[in-house]
Design a protein around this ligand. Structure first.
Ligand SMILES: *Cc1c(COP(=O)(O)O)cnc(C)c1O
Length: 355
């Protein structure tokens, strides 16, 4: 083989959920919000001027970082923003996970973590969830080069109590512990309340799910000024202008509208609980999801066959070809009307099979 071919960095990329585009589809496969972003976002977009586009954006994304700092009661020097939390997490892996000891994360979790480890050549060791699909804090009391997990976890939706996160933090004073709070706004207490107590904690959140802005690509990390400075140093060594003008303006507007966030997430939580109850009545087994999706299995159904049947009628959900969870479907919470179409399809599907 030619040397330049041998020198190619070989990676197995992350596979994101499909982005189908049918006018009649019910898209419940990538945990997007079924409602629009805050009206304040539309206002900010109207005011953004295209003649400003010739100028580079503010590399510090000051307007956005300051708005996030204010909304979460921290200093601006404690905020790092990126192009979605995927960008923020990738920067965190690159900046902080540089040990010979393995980074620890669960076996069933966000599938991007092992991809970044492989890309950046970071050793890692997965820690199996227990039989109830819960993270056991005791699994994170071994020597490690860092710890990362989502809370609530994905795709199980199961949340860990803050006391368990504290147990992980206190047992790992020498490790950075990253809590990926992509779904925290759907009813889980944030680990941000632990920040003042633990210098080894970093919390990551996103505008993609609860703030209905997946297409705008905004994520952020909050941590100590020292850790955030380290992240900025790496970012400015890579690409100074990650946050574009529109994202800075739209994000700043969105984060100031706390009332709207509460209203939309409240609606989604209500729909989630109603759908969960209806599915359980049909014999589905659901985890106690605290996110904007359900993780369900049915003892008498083949999950992949059901996934295909749903797809045929343009109802898109997620099925993972992965050990332990092949019998499960992950279903994003849509509007009440969308969930009613799903439930009615499932009702007929079960009836046709005499279940
Ligand atoms: C959706 C998601 C992310 C990334 O979202 P972005 O759109 O890149 O902000 C990160 N972690 C988890 C667990 C997620 O589900």
């Amino acid at each position: 083989m030619k040397r330049f071919m041998q020198n190619i960095r070989k990676v197995v990329p992350y596979v994101p959920g499909d982005q189908p585009d049918f006018p009649d589809m019910i898209k419940l496969n990538t945990n997007e919000c079924p409602y629009p972003p805050s009206p304040a976002v539309e206002q900010a977009l109207k005011q953004s001027e295209s003649d400003q586009m010739r100028l580079y954006p503010d590399p510090t994304a000051h307007a956005l970082n300051a708005a996030i700092a204010k909304a979460y009661g921290v200093e601006e020097c404690q905020v790092f923003t990126g192009v979605g939390s995927d960008d923020v997490l990738a920067m965190i892996f690159l900046t902080f996970f540089n040990d010979n000891l393995p980074v620890l994360f669960p076996d069933i979790t966000y599938a991007f973590y092992p991809v970044w480890c492989n890309l950046f050549r970071i050793p890692y060791a997965v820690q199996p969830l227990n039989d109830n699909f819960e993270i056991d804090p005791k699994d994170y009391e071994k020597p490690n080069g860092g710890i990362v997990f989502p809370n609530p976890n994905a795709p199980t939706g199961i949340a860990m109590p803050l006391a368990s996160i504290e147990q992980i933090l206190t047992h790992n004073p020498d490790s950075l512990v990253v809590v990926d709070e992509a779904y925290v706004d759907f009813g889980t207490p944030s680990a941000l309340s632990l920040l003042s107590k633990y210098e080894n904690l970093m919390v990551v959140q996103t505008f993609s799910k609860s703030r209905a802005m997946a297409g705008m690509r905004i994520g952020f990390a909050i941590g100590s000024p020292t850790l955030i400075q380290a992240l900025h140093d790496v970012k400015y060594s890579f690409n100074s202008y990650t946050m574009n003008r529109t994202a800075i303006a739209a994000g700043a507007a969105a984060v100031q509208d706390a009332a709207y966030l509460k209203e939309t997430t409240g609606k989604i939580i209500t729909t989630r609980e109603r759908t969960k109850a209806a599915l359980r009545k049909m014999g589905f087994v659901c985890t106690d999801s605290k996110s904007n999706f359900l993780f369900v299995t049915h003892p008498k159904l083949d999950a992949h066959a059901l996934f295909e049947a749903l797809r045929a009628v343009h109802i898109f959900v997620r099925w993972f070809d992965a050990p332990r969870i092949r019998d499960y479907l992950r279903i994003t919470i849509g509007t009440d009307a969308q969930m009613d179409v799903l439930l009615s399809f499932l009702n007929d599907y079960l009836k046709q099979r005499g279940i």
